[in-house]
Design a protein around this ligand. Structure first.
Ligand SMILES: [Zn+2]
Length: 122
């Protein structure tokens, strides 16, 4: 369940990024496929971690980023066909260095400013 740690880190970033806002309504996150994140578990962990913060109740928009590798032997760039099988299609070496698909990145936030929040509650 490393989703809990990821969710806590995301909430920290969201709260910092939404400074001055009243409420966060949506959080878009790119999830690298190599992180092996379970999206349901991540959503649950995010809900739990965001309680009593301005991100409480925010919708989590997850986008899976496929891995992209650079071959350590011949420098070919390739997308592994299957997770767990990282053999270079050009030379057959299994020395991938991943340039994409390895990170969890906070992409964007949708927030309500204090004025908008007030307007909504009338
Ligand atoms: Zn290669």
């Amino acid at each position: 369940m490393h989703e809990v740690g990821i969710a806590e880190e995301l909430v920290r970033q969201v709260v910092a990024a939404a400074c001055g806002m009243a409420r966060v309504t949506e959080v878009a996150v790119d999830v690298g496929a190599l992180q092996w994140v379970d999206s349901d578990a991540l959503r649950q962990a995010f809900d739990a971690a965001s309680q009593d913060t301005i991100a409480e109740g925010a919708r989590l928009e997850l986008r899976e980023v496929p891995p992209r590798a650079v071959c350590g032997a011949c420098a070919a760039v390739y997308v592994p066909e299957e997770l767990g099988i990282y053999v270079c299609p050009a030379c057959g070496a299994a020395e991938p260095e991943f340039v994409e698909g390895n990170d969890i990145v906070l992409v964007s936030l949708e927030c309500l400013s204090p004025e908008e929040e007030n307007r909504e509650s009338y």
